[in-house]
Design a protein around this ligand. Structure first.
Ligand code: NAP
Length: 238
């Protein structure tokens, strides 16, 4: 049994894609949840679904990642389910697929705002509660493109490199106070984002349900030995 067993999991971006599958998988694992959607109706829809899957306690929080108030709303929802044990920063965007010199400054900044600045804001709001309880896990969704570059992934690639940096910084600053911060790459998961990225049939890649079960297994065994690392989910896939 992992150290976080039974503690609430807060997942951003649960209306579709990997986030939706994560919400279902952690609900089936019997964990209290905070689910998040951009719109209130989206968050409530996911909350109703996870309740039907046996989630013992669920709070729905909504808002665009760019909203300054979102972090506190998520943190408050976390307190209502007994405090967040694990934060999974899943929501994010691919941004435009184009070479760096064709990417307008505003477009680049928008990708960084959502994939980097907004993640920092959520962490700033949620991690203090973990510190007060003396422990917590933060899983940052990274990508192979957080470690190397491919043509035409400019803004996304730069943003995921920054996410990897943030995961390490959180560990450096708060690892000794019980925060286990890990950047974790899900591999190529069959979602809207992958379809947009590879422009072809993504169905031969990992189904989101399988990736999500891998996250449940990883989170159930996460320990200080993973802290500050950048990992692939592959070894934990069922
Ligand atoms: N799929 C892959 O192969 C793959 C590979 C490596 C890493 N990842 C990472 O895994 C995470 C999930 O990806 P995915 O494939 O599930 O993507 P996805 O299918 O495109 O879903 C993205 C999710 O993020 C939410 N989101 C995006 N921008 C938002 C905003 N401004 N405010 C609130 N919510 C917002 C979306 O909500 P809406 O429905 O409201 O748009 C949606 O729930 C991302 O961080 C991605 O970079 C994915």
């Amino acid at each position: 049994m992992g150290e976080m067993d039974g503690r609430a999991v807060l997942i951003t971006g649960t209306h579709r894609g990997l986030g939706r599958a994560l919400a279902r998988a952690f609900a089936e694992a019997g964990r209290p949840l905070v689910v998040h959607g951009r719109r209130e109706a989206d968050a409530l829809e996911v909350a109703a679904e996870v309740r039907s899957l046996g989630c013992p306690a669920v709070e729905a929080a909504f808002g665009d990642l760019r909203e300054a108030a979102l972090g506190q709303r998520l943190a408050d929802a976390g307190e209502r389910v007994g405090g967040v044990g694990t934060l999974i920063l899943c929501a994010g965007i691919l941004g435009p697929m184009q070479p760096l010199l064709d990417t307008p400054t505003e477009t680049f900044a928008e990708v960084m705002r959502i994939n980097v600045d907004a993640q920092h804001a959520v962490v700033r709001a949620v991690v203090p509660g973990m510190l007060a309880r003396g422990r917590g896990v933060v899983l940052w969704l990274t990508s192979g493109l957080g470690r190397f570059a491919l043509p035409n992934y400019g803004a996304y690639c730069a943003s995921k490199h920054a996410v990897e940096g943030l995961a390490k910084v959180l560990h450096a600053d708060y690892g000794e106070r019980g925060i286990v911060s890990v950047a974790i790459a899900p591999g190529m998961v069959d979602t809207d984002m992958l379809h947009a990225a590879i422009g072809s049939d993504a169905s031969e890649h990992t189904p989101p349900e399988r990736a999500a079960r891998g996250f449940v297994r990883f989170e159930g065994s996460v320990s200080a030995e993973h802290a500050g690392a950048s990992l692939d989910i592959a070894p934990w896939l069922p």
